[in-house]
Design a protein around this ligand. Sequence first.
Ligand code: URA
Length: 286
Amino acid sequence: MPPATDDVVAALAALHAEIEACTRCELHETRSRAVPGEGDPASDLMFVGEAPGYHEDQQGRPFVGQAGKLLEQLLAGIGLTRQQVFIANVLKSRPPNNRDPRPDEIAACQPYLWRQIELIRPKVICTLGNHATKLLTGNPAGITRVHGHPQAAEIGGVKLYLYPIFHPAAALYTPAMLTTLKEDFLRLPELLAHAAPGAEQPAAERPAWRPPERRLEPAPPAEPAQPELAAAGGDPVPAAPTVPAVPLEPTPAGPIAATADDPATADPDDPPSPAAPGKAEQLGLF
Ligand code: URA
């Protein structure tokens, strides 16, 4: 993968400076720092989460808390580091008390994400959880229904695959969701291999990607947590020290099972707020 051109790097830096000074919605009044996103601007793979949490707001960097550690472990399981992908969020500023993003906030922030996609031109975007999935697919179907099912899409003039998966923050506290997240994650290399060679051919014209029908080899053990994250006050990830130990059974292609509920994203790092409990608490995830 060739490095990003100087023009792209400069345009992304200018965009991120604009985001850091943004006052398009009320969140600028309560945030500590905006969190534009970070990673390799030439990466084929982009992750889009929901919104910064407590630690992200403090550091101005995405996914640096417990959910970020799990994301790094999942990446290590497929032989990637966070520096090799690009990580962003739907909202670039933290909603107070980790509440859900509001529609007006999503609308105000959306042009930033679209511009990032235009500049980075990823081949696959992993949407983490409900908010990113609904925004980028343009479909109200929740993550429980659509996770693990790649969808060809065109965003900001870029033809790519959207690959919805559970949000790591939600999976931290729900073992079944964590197992599914690991399984879905292990299919990413195959999707990337499918998406990358045909870059000349529009993704929307390529045959639909299907989950593999063979058992995948487990990937090597995950790297230990990064020291700077521990130094920054991140707690150890409670129940997911290693990621790739889930052998994959063949996944039947077919209709997506409907389920009643879509888990939202908890931010396990946010200090509890008696006045306004976090979403995970409201959903009984803790
Ligand atoms: N959750 C998110 O959705 N984004 C982050 O950056 C951190 C936690």
